[in-house]
Design a protein around this ligand. Structure first.
Ligand code: NAD
Ligand code: UFG
Length: 351
């Protein structure tokens, strides 16, 4: 298939490019580079040259386009014919979304409305949307199945995901030609095992794993652990960390939803949790990082972070049953590959 990747220069998008080409697909990337560098796409080309299933350098078509720019998107759609779109583009910093809600709603929701309008005008009605476990709010059940009701989000970022799920589902309800796949990611970490591509956060990282790797590389003095009085084994928050390469291959597996003979058992718009089904605490991650990489991570306990929940992990059985997808990497792989990327690229794509 020929796939449009919005936000394809970013963390998850760049890893998905690798897995798409390995599986024999082709892709075109649009990204406004607000949180990424085009260097990631060149590096994907270099990784593919060494992949046995590809074996030659690949120049991936890239357009520095903002999805809110209808004319620029139209231009891309008039040059290529797409079988589907994997829609990663969006702003994703939870704290920033509280300070700039308008910017988040305008970029994430406004951008998606323009994207789907241009798609349908060009007869492309297959979309995979990057959703998040955040739509479950404080989950009604653990492990979380797709049947678990959506909950109250605690920030505008989360609401953009929840609302976009609704908008895309309504679109599909009104027009059965639309095929909409909602992938609810748990906590993506890790990097391509080559260490060539990885997560490249701007400024102080919000998320646990890039913060740990920046402490390890000496950019930050210590990790703040947000709360040790949660009702969990060691009092710190528990999450379902998933290797970004597994997450990427989940998108390739989800493309089968667009085959005419594909049916989901619950008949709903295709919603899948992408997680491992295992929960690890903050201190589990710190200790695993230290053990696997042999690097100490100094930390101190800080107050709870507003909006955090105690425990969040998936039941990923539906994706295995229907898509034949299951996470392959464990937490040791995740901390090893995160560190390999950070060590080889202390300033991300800047050098
Ligand atoms: P990322 O910031 O690395 O990638 C998103 C990309 O979208 C960036 O390259 C950015 O430049 C681009 N972008 C943003 N707004 C755009 C616009 N208007 N037009 C064109 N490009 C635009 O983030 P990521 O971690 O790769 O996340 C990808 C998607 O997955 C996002 O939608 C994110 O909300 C979602 N998601 C991420 C996580 C996570 O923890 N990383 C968890 C759940 C869901
Ligand atoms: N944490 C710390 N110190 C830090 C950063 C995080 O102790 O410096 C803790 C948090 O309190 C939490 C755990 O590490 O217990 C994971 O926090 P992250 O910020 O890495 O991830 P979240 O689970 O808060 O959120 C992530 C994404 C969201 C997404 C959500 C889905 O950032 O976009 O997963 O579950 F919606």
């Amino acid at each position: 298939m020929n796939i449009l990747l919005t936000g394809g220069a970013g963390f998850i998008g760049s890893h998905t490019l690798v897995e798409l080409y390995k599986a024999g697909h082709t892709a075109v990337v649009v990204d406004n580079l607000s949180n990424s560098s085009p260097e990631s796409i060149s590096r994907v080309g270099a990784i593919l040259a060494e992949e046995p299933t590809v074996g030659h350098p690949v120049e991936i078509p890239f357009f520095p386009v903002d999805i809110r720019d209808r004319a620029a998107l139209e231009e891309v759609f008039s040059r290529y014919s797409f079988d589907a779109c994997i829609h990663f583009a969006g702003l994703k910093a939870v704290g920033e979304s509280v300070e700039k809600p308008w910017e988040y709603y305008e970029n994430n929701i406004g951008g998606t409305l323009i994207l789907v309008d241009v798609m349908r005008r060009h007869g492309c009605k297959n979309i995979i949307f990057s959703s998040s476990a955040t739509v479950y709010g404080d989950p009604a059940e653990i492990p979380i199945t797709e049947q678990c009701p959506k909950g109250q989000c605690t920030n505008p970022y989360g609401w953009t995901k929840s609302m976009l799920e609704q908008i895309l589902s309504d679109l599909r309800e009104a027009d059965p030609e639309w095929h909409v796949v909602l992938l609810r990611y748990f906590n993506p970490v890790g990097a391509h095992p080559s260490g060539r591509i990885g997560e490249n956060p701007n400024g102080i990282p919000n998320n646990l794993m890039p913060y740990i790797t920046q402490v390890a590389v000496g950019k930050r003095a210590e990790l703040g652990v947000f709360g040790n009085d949660y009702p969990t084994t060691d009092g710190t928050g528990v999450r379902d960390y998933i290797h970004v390469v597994d997450l990427a291959s989940g998108h390739v597996a989800a493309l089968q939803c667009f085959q005419p003979d594909f049916h989901s058992a619950d008949g709903q718009p295709f919603v899948y949790n992408l997680g491992t089904g295992h929960g690890y605490s903050v201190l589990d991650m710190v200790k695993t990082f230290e053990r696997v990489n042999g690097v100490p991570i100094p930390y101190s306990i800080k107050p709870r972070r507003a909006g955090d929940i105690a425990t969040c992990y998936s039941n990923p059985a539906k994706a295995e049953r229907e898509l034949g997808w299951k996470a392959q990497y464990d937490v040791a792989d995740m901390v090893r590959d995160s560190w390999c990327w950070q060590r080889k690229n202390p300033d991300g794509y800047q050098r």
